[in-house]
Design a protein around this ligand. Structure first.
Ligand SMILES: [Zn+2]
Length: 204
């Protein structure tokens, strides 16, 4: 992807070194979420603990019922996640990654996919991660299947549940595939939802 792969460079520009990173939180093991864990056979973040769902780790590790489309993902998992096993912390839904950040069960997009709920100084944010792949159609039609969901039926049920939750509790959201600045609120519509971008209200 021409717009991907700049994380390490941008981290440096932000004034951090890879050695400064103490925690890497992985929502799930698809390639665009694990690809930067190792560089040239060594951990990209040499001092970091890697946090990952236990169910997610075990499913990819067992490698049962992997679709043909996901076989390269399994190969990448074996190459960049398994070698880090001594620095993995495997989480259950409801576990805290750090005191402010909680793993939320959002299974379906991958077997053990997590959202992350952030709460700090009275403010909350739901990191949807890949629960809602498209910022228009997936909000408007949460029941629609998405070809990159490993279990499309379960993913659709999860999408509805998480979106119902953030609407009910008025929690702002962000997600990996929502366009910049990727922050906003969710509104309930007759048969689905709508994403309301918050643009610069957060002073980012
Ligand atoms: Zn994914």
């Amino acid at each position: 992807m021409p717009t991907a792969g700049f994380f390490n460079h941008l981290l440096h520009n932000a004034g951090y070194r890879a050695e400064d990173i103490s925690i890497v939180a992985i929502s799930h093991c698809h390639p665009d979420h694990i690809g930067n864990l190792m560089t040239s056979g060594a951990a990209t973040f040499p001092n970091a603990e890697v946090l990952l769902g236990k169910h997610e780790y075990e499913c990819w590790d067992r490698g049962e019922n992997i679709s043909d489309m996901r076989k390269p993902t399994k190969a990448l998992f074996d190459k960049v996640v398994v070698p880090l096993h001594d620095r993995l912390r495997l989480l259950q839904p409801g576990d805290n990654l750090v005191p402010e950040l909680t793993a939320v069960e959002a299974f379906g997009h991958s077997a053990g996919h997590f959202c992350f709920h952030l709460e700090s100084e009275g403010q909350r944010l739901m990191l949807l991660n890949d629960t809602v792949p498209h910022y228009v159609t997936s909000f408007a039609h949460p029941q629609w299947h998405f070809s990159m969901d490993d279990n499309p039926d379960a993913a659709a049920v999860t999408r509805q549940r998480i979106l119902d939750l953030v609407v009910a509790e008025d929690i702002p959201v962000t997600g990996f595939h929502i366009p910049f600045p990727s922050l906003g609120f969710v509104e309930k519509k007759e048969n689905g939802f709508e994403f309301r971008a918050a643009t610069y209200q957060f002073n980012i």
